[in-house]
Write a protein that binds this ligand. Structure first.
Ligand code: ATR
Length: 282
């Protein structure tokens, strides 16, 4: 019997996850199926239950994407510390009497930075742009890498300040999450005169083609600029390039978060380089 997996989202048509997991399965010789499922906006839990009840083989797990990650968090009967910190779940594992919720987004980003881009966050001055779900999901994994500094900057300053305080006060106290560095929060004007070694864009500004009011000085010497959006050149990427930064988009994070989910489910870590190369090929 073939173990079954799926990704739930709305929309879901352009998801690369079925292709990525099919490549991982072929590479590691794992017998599994992985499909994309469009869930109605108000029908996520029902769609998951229908998936679990149907099909030939046992349903073993699921990925969850926009807009259901917070709902998946609530649906999970148990959650990992990194899912708790993210406030969102992108990976569900179905066990006998439990649905375990994890979040692999931050681990995916860190792995892409360290292993694919040669940019170890340890000791770096990090600027995280945005204070929504995408930013929240990567804060704890970044802090655990022990950067020199983590500053969260957001258009709405108050949201950044609140998020930074929340991490400084609570998540750093979770078991296994002791971190020395306390994040700080600011608005974009607070960036003037500041300089960073790694600038990560977790805002959704690029999706609407909007640029961010960043002083060019934020991109320090040998700075890496990471855009979480992939598949397009965003104004942030152009700004960073013009300031001399090395620029990466979020395709590597997409593949690495998938690899982390695959590892959770199958206990085997697939090689990501050939999959990333295949995705870049078209
Ligand atoms: P996501 O889950 O993708 O993070 P979100 O929770 O809606 O989506 O958050 C979007 C983030 O992008 C927020 O930090 C938002 O800033 P505000 O909190 O001020 O709304 C940021 N954002 C979106 N469009 C932006 C723009 N044009 N300029 C600057 N920041 C923008």
């Amino acid at each position: 019997m073939t173990d079954r997996y799926a990704v739930f989202g709305n929309p879901i048509g352009h998801s690369q996850s079925p292709r990525i997991h099919a490549l991982f399965a072929a590479q590691t010789g794992q017998d599994l199926s992985y499909q994309a499922i469009l869930a109605a906006k108000d029908g996520f839990a029902a769609a998951v239950r229908a998936f679990m009840a149907s099909g030939d083989g046992p349903a073993k797990g699921a990925n969850v994407t926009v807009p259901f990650k917070e709902e998946a968090f609530r649906l999970a009967t148990r959650r990992t510390a990194r899912a708790e910190a993210a406030g969102a779940v992108n990976t569900l594992s179905f066990e006998q009497d439990a649905m375990i919720g994890d979040n692999t987004d931050g681990a995916g980003l860190v792995r892409d930075l360290k292993h694919n881009l040669g940019c170890d966050p340890a000791g770096r001055r990090i600027l995280l742009l945005g204070a929504g779900g995408a930013a929240r999901g990567v804060i704890l994994p970044l802090l655990l890498e022990r950067p020199a500094e983590l500053l969260i900057a957001n258009r709405t300053e108050e949201t950044a300040a609140r998020l930074a305080l929340e991490f400084a006060n609570s998540f750093a106290r979770l078991p296994g999450c002791a971190v020395d560095v306390k994040p700080d929060g600011t608005g974009f004007p607070g960036l003037s005169g500041r300089q960073f070694d790694l600038v990560i864009n977790a805002t959704s500004a690029g999706l609407s083609g909007a640029s961010l009011p960043l002083p060019p000085g934020v991109f320090g010497p040998r700075c890496v600029a990471y855009e979480m959006v992939y598949g397009r050149e965003t104004p942030f990427m152009a700004q960073a390039r013009a300031a001399g930064a090395r620029v990466a988009d979020g395709l590597g994070m997409l593949v690495e978060q998938a690899a982390e989910a695959f590892f959770i489910w199958r206990g085997v870590r697939p090689r990501t380089a050939p999959v990333l190369a295949a995705l870049k090929g078209n």
